[in-house]
Design a protein. Structure first.
Length: 317
């Protein structure tokens, strides 16, 4: 009889502490936002904030947490909308090939392999599985955009060839820029000046790269806003004229594109003057690739905005 009582008491204690832990866990992990049929929890928001601060190589303090919160929530909402749309088209995230993306991430973090990324995340108390899921969603979203809009993406190769030949005949040089970007979104035109001032103040306080990591909604935000080398001929005339008036190390005035505000920084620039010895096919391919990516990004942003307009986003707290 005593054995049965002891056994009963032991089972009761295990059951009690299990439920207490579950209650505490549920209290600490609350639902913050409902995005259609998806939810965003406080744990996900905390993890995303830590991720933004980690990639921007900043100290995890209250000020940086407050600065990253708005951007983190915006990115999570976008990710949940993507997830919901991918489910509609029956995308299987487990089939998404993400290894190359992680290899690039490892290089950005100056580590040797994916295992070391996991170790870094564990050291900084960041949930690696949530990060991996986010990568899969973004890569699957790119596949969806390609499937839906590839037939509409058309680049006039003949025009590019004519432009290059004209530059050669006139013995002009081609300018290339090494660029970084910050992209933010506004839903209300009256909020635009406040957002512009927020970005400018942040750049002045913590620098362009850290601001890109904290505030930018562009994919490049995970790499401090860095885009890399861009041929000037692949840019619009408006952006070309803006960049011509900017020196190395400076950033552009705000460039308004639909409901988005873009800041560009010139990290470096170079002139390709000896065009006779240049591989024009390589330059042509670079221009075509850049313009194609720009068009896919435009379709991606427009489709996400359209999908968002038909999605009910409800803030719980």
């Amino acid at each position: 009889m005593k054995f049965k009582l002891k056994r009963f008491f032991l089972i009761f204690l295990i059951f009690f502490f299990y439920n207490v832990n579950n209650v505490n866990s549920s209290l600490n992990n609350q639902i913050l936002v409902k995005v259609g049929k998806e939810i965003i929890t406080s744990y996900e928001l905390e993890n995303k904030i830590k991720m933004i601060i980690f990639f921007s190589k900043q100290e995890l303090n209250q000020q940086n947490i407050n600065n990253a919160k708005r951007s983190a929530l915006k990115l999570l909402i976008d990710t949940k909308i993507m997830m919901q749309e991918l489910k509609k088209y029956k995308f299987n995230l487990d089939e998404t090939k993400y290894e190359n993306y992680l290899i690039k991430t490892a290089a950005q973090l100056n580590v040797k392999n994916i295992s070391e990324i996991k170790n870094l995340f564990e050291l900084n108390e960041i949930d690696y599985n949530l990060y991996l899921e986010e990568i899969k969603i973004n890569l699957a979203w790119q596949q969806l955009i390609y499937q839906k809009f590839s037939s509409k993406v058309s680049i006039d190769e003949e025009q590019i060839i004519n432009e290059l030949e004209k530059i050669i005949n006139e013995k002009k040089s081609i300018e290339e820029f090494e660029l970084s970007e910050i992209e933010i979104e506004f839903s209300d035109i009256s909020a635009k000046p406040q957002l512009v001032n927020k970005v400018k103040n942040s750049i002045n306080n913590i620098g362009f790269e850290k601001t890109a990591s904290q505030l930018s909604i562009a994919e490049s935000s995970t790499n401090k806003g860095k885009i890399g080398w861009v041929n000037s001929e692949s840019l619009s005339e408006n952006i070309q004229s803006i960049l011509k008036n900017i020196q190395i190390g400076e950033f552009s005035p705000p460039i308004i594109i639909a409901n988005r505000i873009l800041f560009l920084k010139i990290n470096d620039k170079r002139q390709i003057s000896s065009l006779e010895n240049v591989n024009l096919d390589k330059i042509k391919k670079s221009i075509i690739d850049t313009r194609t990516n720009q068009m896919f990004k435009m379709y991606s942003k427009n489709y996400l905005t359209k999908t968002k307009n038909f999605t009910i986003v409800k803030y719980i707290n």
